[in-house]
Design a protein around this ligand. Structure first.
Ligand code: GLU
Length: 451
């Protein structure tokens, strides 16, 4: 048995039933074969065996009172996966699907994503199976306070810096930050994604969506193309999707879809951003169907009317596609349909949105494919810029942050593309991104000694 499959087999045994974590690890391991054939130092130093094992996984009880005065109990998680390149860094996700497997897959991806940014941040992730849907503002606040009442002892501006993810935005970061401050007496950059009045960075809200479009722009440029006149499909209707659509429009493309857990909108004339923002940024979680009140020509399809197991967004004809909702939202059938309809570029704003079979379809077809850990790294990159501003007690202008973001996304693309070429895998950004990130973390681990 080869070394890599031996490591993976042991990994599977220790992480039984953790499907998403196994999926994320396998994708990275599969990319490393060609590196290990050339380089012996990673095997000698057991980098792979160490990198797939979190430095620490914290799980905790979160008990809180709902509005009826009843005690509710949820489970909280924080995986501090790898601190080789800097303090642990990664978001918090509040969603009923959150489990150890989901948090470990996200934390594992975060190590490589953060390494690709070139900034000094390690990899982490956290969250809870708490479902923010239908909760009052007071319930959200009590939950966040209860969550931080345990988390505060594990984090700090130079230790571990959480941020948002699905279900955690500016409001939640505010309640979490307030509680951290009360418990520790410290006013420090312990969280990112903060509001502007109390230490947030301009352009952090836009960063993941804008970054994913900048990444796509770099892929296009390499093939002497741009966005002008291109039709885009986008999934999701959160922060990432909204600012993906905004940047696409600014650069001359027409984004025609968005979606949430209940259905999707197809607006042939292009999504009207003001209407979408009004629906989704008010915090009332309105249905996308209400979009039709202002844009009656658009079409809404409810999830219950979707063809079995399919996200209908991917059946809309397009030139470019931006999966910006959640993991495994795009399967092999979807990938084939996208190709059949003429799609030539995928840039992943979400974490691991394409299944492994879908990724194979894209790579086999040789279309431009930007994997999440490279394409959506703009969010965490600007989080690190927020940390830098907090540490220096300064704040930078929108353009200053946005220009740095553009530069970071161009660098990530260059690293992934040139590493792919170095290993005779031209245009395979999965292999390029995985090897480039693994080498950085692996080399630093060797230099820092066994731990
Ligand atoms: N949750 C985002 C991600 O998946 C951002 C993390 C951060 O800003 O720390 O990268």
């Amino acid at each position: 048995m080869s070394y890599l499959s031996d490591v993976y087999e042991r990994f599977q045994r220790t992480n039984k039933n953790e499907t998403e974590f196994c999926q994320a690890a396998k994708e990275v391991l599969d990319s490393l074969d060609i590196l290990f054939q050339k380089e012996n130092k990673y095997q000698k130093n057991a980098i792979l065996e160490r990198i797939v094992e979190p430095e620490r996984l914290i799980t905790f009880r979160v008990a809180w009172f709902d509005d009826a005065g009843k005690i509710q109990v949820n489970r909280g998680f924080r995986v501090q996966f790898n601190s080789t390149l800097g303090p642990y860094k990664g978001g918090l996700r509040f969603h009923p699907s959150v489990s150890a497997s989901i948090i470990k897959f996200l934390g594992f991806e975060q190590i490589f994503k953060n390494a690709l940014t070139g900034l000094p941040i390690g990899g982490a992730k956290g969250g809870s199976d708490f479902d923010p849907k239908g909760k009052s503002d007071a319930e959200i606040m009590r939950f966040c306070q209860a969550f931080m009442s345990e988390l505060y002892r594990h984090i700090g501006a130079c230790i571990d810096v959480p941020a948002g993810d699905i279900g955690v935005g500016g409001r939640e970061i505010g309640y979490l930050y307030g509680q951290y401050k009360r418990l520790t007496g410290l006013y420090e950059g312990v969280l990112t994604g903060k509001k502007l009045l109390w230490g947030g960075s301009l352009a952090r809200t836009e960063a993941t969506g804008y970054g994913s479009v900048y990444f796509a722009q770099n892929m296009l440029k390499d093939r002497y193309q741009d966005f002008e006149g291109k039709t885009a499909v986008v999934s999701g209707a959160g922060n990432v999707a909204i600012y993906t659509i905004e940047k696409l429009q600014q650069l001359g493309a027409k984004a025609v879809t968005c979606s949430d857990s209940r259905g999707f909108i197809y607006d042939e004339q292009g999504i009207d951003l003001a209407t979408l923002k009004e629906l989704k940024e008010t915090g009332t979680n309105q249905s996308l169907e209400d979009y039709l009140q202002k844009r009656p020509h658009a079409k809404y399809t409810a999830v219950k009317d979707y063809r079995e197991g399919r996200n209908e967004v991917w059946s809309v004809p397009c030139d470019i596609a931006f999966p910006s909702a959640t993991q495994n939202e795009l399967n092999q059938e979807d990938a084939k349909e996208l190709l059949k309809n003429g799609c030539t570029l995928i840039s992943e704003g979400a974490n691991m949105p394409s299944t492994p079979e879908a990724v194979d379809v894209f790579l086999d077809a040789g279309i431009m494919y930007g994997p999440g850990k490279a394409a959506n790294a703009g969010g965490v990159a600007v989080s690190q810029l927020e940390m830098a501003q907090n540490a220096s007690m300064l704040s930078w202008s929108f353009d200053e942050v946005d220009n740095k973001l553009k530069e970071i996304m161009a660098n990530i693309y260059q690293q992934a593309a040139s590493t792919a070429e170095e290993f005779d895998k031209k245009h395979n950004l999965v292999v390029g991104a995985n090897i480039a990130a693994f080498r950085k973390v692996g080399d630093a681990m060797i230099e820092q000694g066994v731990y």
